[in-house]
Design a protein around this ligand. Structure first.
Ligand code: TPP
Length: 898
């Protein structure tokens, strides 16, 4: 029973008076209309609140449809078109099922999902026929986020549309074998990396689709408000699972979407009440929970729970027995009802009380069996989508109740195990054919033949004409080759190229370059600076005023610091995306901008600057999805390095992001040491992404350590880009005895170490700046493979640079040792790595570097030891070396000790 009714039954001390109030309200509705009734109710609520009545409105409405039958618009094309579209959905269901079962017959390891699309098919079909707008160029249609494991259904529809062939379907989940057979296979889930002409958004990792969809919708507004692109006619649709709503990312940005007034956004949540293991909320109602969450966050909520065949039942049920019983039936029970036949439902649902028995008695068992849930009723789905599109000022969520495995009969519908069902017995397949009236012979069913009506059939003609009317096919991904000229280095980085010893941190250099690039008339407007409430930390406050902070509402208040030249300026055409404390949101925003070249045919250059620890570690999966999506942009991990960011301790000091970055094939990760290295990397990155249209993105770590910046040495450019170059030769007239490779902030320590080596240990050292261990390692692996596979002998860049001298080498990074270890195989000589493994500590930079044994004296110590023949490395000699360098070996801790 719904709570309010329950309370009424328990506490109604004057039923006659209650009825009078209800009658009065009913009369206002009929005489003056619903708006007047709503006004009176809000007046009552205000009165109650201002007079201290201990009452709060319930967030949940009864478990019935939000849109009444009387409010439904006519179905376009009438009953005939509706019937035709239902047939198309049936055919798509079959082909999707056949694709999965075939893959599984080919190999038991393969398969896919049947039950999810079976429940979502109608929701998609109505969208495809009437709402999902596309465009001829593929660049200005709606953006649709497809539930990942419904992919077979989307392929099946593309097959009917003539966009995919029977061979494609046959090679579903066999992408590698397909290529060998001269075919194109189909990826398990939506992956733009694998099917770059088809899928736009990778949604396979639950929760990332919803948050990405929200930020895509906001980014469309941003483009419009900045006067860059007309997007107001376009929508973002997201079809997601009810189980998926468990993910924190799914819900994380709901209030943001409402706050931004994103009425260009529609979520369709397929509430089939089941997830993988079992019910989503067996003992409650997921619909109620989501209604509260979305409604509370400010969304327009449409409940689409029951099909048209329930309308007459509700209409005759004046006492509300049906709505009461449905509200009181937990989802786990609704699932059991879905899994059982009409007779069972008559006994266990309608049999609950005499009022329900009476309603049930007007239906045959077969009719009870066929009572539809809202998400399987085309007309009601149409009404919900239509209302969502008409709604202004807020995003809409449609909570569509369906049956998981709809139509799979005993083999799957509503079954606990249905999510992973991918084998079906012949008997079940035949039942499926009969259920959906597919014109297939028994033999065709047994062999899982795909079914496609003739090109001139009504079905194909209809679906093609509908897609034509809506602008073309969908999903489809395009990639416009619009060139955005990147300005020459000196125009934005003169100060870095000719630094001449000026003190500055690489973060400052990066921000200054960004400020300059923003002024460039061509590239400037395309740059999207993104921060997650850390702009001041990185010295970016001057950009607030320079380009403004984007706000759809402009600035409705006078900022406290209005008198300052750097005041906090919010503007409708502001350029900075200040996302607040949400790295997930900022990353989703970055991805929207980084894929604008494809989703909108309008290249942008996002630069998201954040605490490096809160990137790959915190939102690594979003970055992986962005990589899949072929994102182009800069991620800038600021205040990076486990010992360089001082005082912040274990959760802030990053020693690992470069390790993760190295695992993403299209992410080029650099740990630059100097301002000019940052400049060269930025320019090269911008060129590759904006001029060469390479599907890569850059990860640059920058630090907050102020150091004297050298000017760009001649001939260093190639080494900077490839990963290493010689920064300092051995002292005049001396042969190097050891080489030190240092990355990022460790370059300065290495240079100091080289001085110490000479002074205290009489060892001459050469120092190399390593801008990217991961790029060096990739280069090494490529060279190795060319050797194995083609007998080519190509020396990796590391080997080429270090030559065959066999000198000992010490490599040092402010990241874990696994980072410099990446290149061990290509280093020609004894190789000792130093890094910052273990948990961080809060202390000064000097103390931290000593603790992790990466300070100049420790580098010098390690280098000296490397120069000693192994048999001379006795405890006494080591102690003597340490003493010469002012180190106490007895005090040295192993940071890995736990
Ligand atoms: C982050 C993540 N965790 C787990 C999974 C595995 N997984 C795929 S589908 C699924 C259940 C989805 O349930 P629901 O969202 O209700 O969709 P339905 O299939 O019922 O429509 C799970 C757990 C995943 N894909 N991503």
């Amino acid at each position: 029973m719904e709570l309010s009714q329950l309370l009424r039954a328990l506490t109604d001390t004057d039923a006659i008076e209650t009825q009078e109030w209800l009658d009065a309200l009913a009369s206002v509705v009929s005489q003056s209309g619903p708006d007047r009734a709503a006004f009176l109710l809000s007046q009552l609520q205000a009165y109650a609140q201002t007079h201290g009545l201990p009452w709060q409105p319930y967030r949940n409405t009864p478990y019935v449809n939000t849109i009444s039958a009387a409010q439904e618009p006519a179905y376009p094309g009438g009953a005939e078109a509706q019937a035709l579209e239902e047939r198309i959905a049936s055919i798509t269901r079959w082909n999707a099922l056949a694709m999965v079962v075939r893959a599984n017959r080919y190999s038991g390891d393969l398969g896919g999902h049947i039950a999810s699309f079976a429940s979502a098919a109608d929701l998609f079909e109505v969208g495809f026929n009437h709402f999902f707008r596309a465009s001829e160029d593929g660049l200005s249609g709606d953006l649709v986020f497809f539930q990942p494991h419904s992919a077979p259904g989307i392929y099946a529809r593309a097959y009917l549309e003539g966009r995919l062939t029977e061979e494609n379907l046959t090679y579903y989940r066999r992408e590698i074998s397909a290529v060998r057979a001269g075919q194109q296979g189909l990826s398990s889930y939506p992956h733009p990396w694998l099917m770059p002409d088809f899928w736009q958004f990778p949604t396979g990792s639950m929760g990332l689709g919803p948050i990405s969809a929200i930020y895509q919708a906001r980014f469309m507004r941003y483009l419009e408000h900045r006067g860059l692109l007309q997007t107001s006619q376009r929508r973002v649709w997201g079809v997601f699972g009810d189980g998926e709503m468990d993910e924190p990312e799914s819900l994380a940005a709901l209030s943001f979407a409402a706050r931004e007034g994103l009425d260009n956004l529609v979520f369709v949540i397929n509430c089939n009440l089941q997830r993988l293991d079992g019910p989503v909320r067996g003992n409650g109602h997921i619909v109620d929970e989501l209604e509260t969450l979305f409604g509370g966050a400010g969304w327009n909520v449409i409940k689409l729970l029951w099909g048209a065949d329930w309308d007459p039942l509700f209409a005759t049920d004046t006492a509300g027995a049906l709505a009461t019983a449905l509200s009181a039936t937990p989802d786990g029970q609704l699932q059991t009802f879905a899994a059982n036949d009409g007779a069972f439902n008559r006994e266990h649902f309608f049999g609950q009380n005499p009022a329900l028995q009476l309603i049930g008695s007007r239906l045959t068992d077969d009719e009870i069996d066929r009572l539809r849930r809202g998400g399987h009723d085309f007309r009601k789905i149409y009404a919900a989508y239509h209302a969502a599109c008409a709604h202004r000022g807020r995003p809409t969520v449609i909570l569509a109740q369906t049956k998981k495995g709809f139509g799979m009969g005993k083999a799957g519908q509503g079954r606990m195990t249905t999510h992973q069902q991918k084998k079906l017995e012949t008997e079940d397949l035949l039942a499926f054919r009969d259920r959906f009236q597919l014109p297939l012979s028994d033999a065709q069913v047994e062999t899982l033949s795909f079914y496609k009506p003739a090109a001139d059939s009504q079905e194909i003609q209809h679906l093609l004409s509908r897609r034509r009317a809506l602008g073309g096919f969908l999903p489809q991904r395009r990639s416009a080759k619009q060139n955005i000229a990147v300005p020459g280095l000196p125009s934005f980085a003169e100060f870095a190229l000719e630094a001449d010893g000026k003190e500055m941190s690489t973060t400052m250099a990066m921000v200054r370059m960004l400020g300059n690039v923003l002024k460039d008339p061509t590239i400037g407007p395309r740059v999207v600076p993104i921060v997650a409430d850390e702009a001041r930390t990185f010295g970016m406050a001057n950009l607030f005023r320079q380009v403004g902070i984007y706000s759809a509402q402009g600035q409705l208040y006078e900022p406290e610091d209005i008198g300052s030249i750097l005041y906090y300026k919010e503007a409708r055409d502001g350029q900075i995306l200040e996302e607040g404390i949400t790295e997930a949101g900022a990353l989703a925003s970055w991805t929207a901008a980084a894929t604008s070249y494809s989703t909108h045919g309008f290249p942008m250059l996002p630069v998201y600057i954040y605490y490096s620890m809160f990137g790959f570690q915190r939102v690594g999966d979003l970055i992986w999805a962005a990589a899949d999506q072929r994102a182009r942009g800069f991620l800038v991990g600021a205040t990076s390095g486990r010992t360089t960011l001082a005082g912040e301790g274990l959760q802030h000091q990053d020693g690992s992001s470069h390790l993760t970055a190295a695992t993403i094939p299209n992410c080029l990760a650099y740990d630059p040491a100097t301002a000019y290295e940052v400049a060269i990397l930025f320019e090269e990155g911008a060129r590759r992404m904006l001029e060469s249209h390479d599907d890569v993105f850059y990860y640059l770590t920058v630090t907050n350590e102020n150091t004297a910046q050298p000017s760009l040495p001649e001939g260093a450019r190639e080494g900077i880009l490839r990963g290493m170059y010689r920064f300092r030769w051995a002292p005049m007239g001396q042969q190097a005895q050891v080489r030190i490779l240092a990355a990022g902030p460790m370059l300065r320590e290495a240079l100091l170490a080289a001085d110490l080596l000479l002074e205290k240990c009489a060892v001459s050292a050469e120092v190399w700046s390593v801008t990217s261990f991961s790029e060096l390692a990739r280069d090494g692996q490529r060279a190795e493979r060319r050797g194995w596979l083609h007998g080519e002998s190509v020396a990796p860049w590391v080997t080429q640079q270090l030559g065959a001298s066999g000198l000992p080498i010490v490599a040092v990074s402010d990241y874990v040792r696994a980072v410099p270890e990446m290149i061990r195989a290509y280093v020609p000589g004894p190789y000792q790595t130093l890094g910052t493994d273990g948990f961080g500590r809060s202390d000064t930079r000097v103390a931290l570097r000593d603790f992790f044994q990466v300070s100049a004296p420790w580098i010098a110590y390690t280098a000296t030891v490397q120069t000693l023949p192994p048999k001379e490395r006795t405890a006494a000699t080591l102690a003597a070396v340490a003493e010469a360098l002012g180190l106490d070996l007895a005090q040295a801790r192993d940071p890995l000790t736990i």
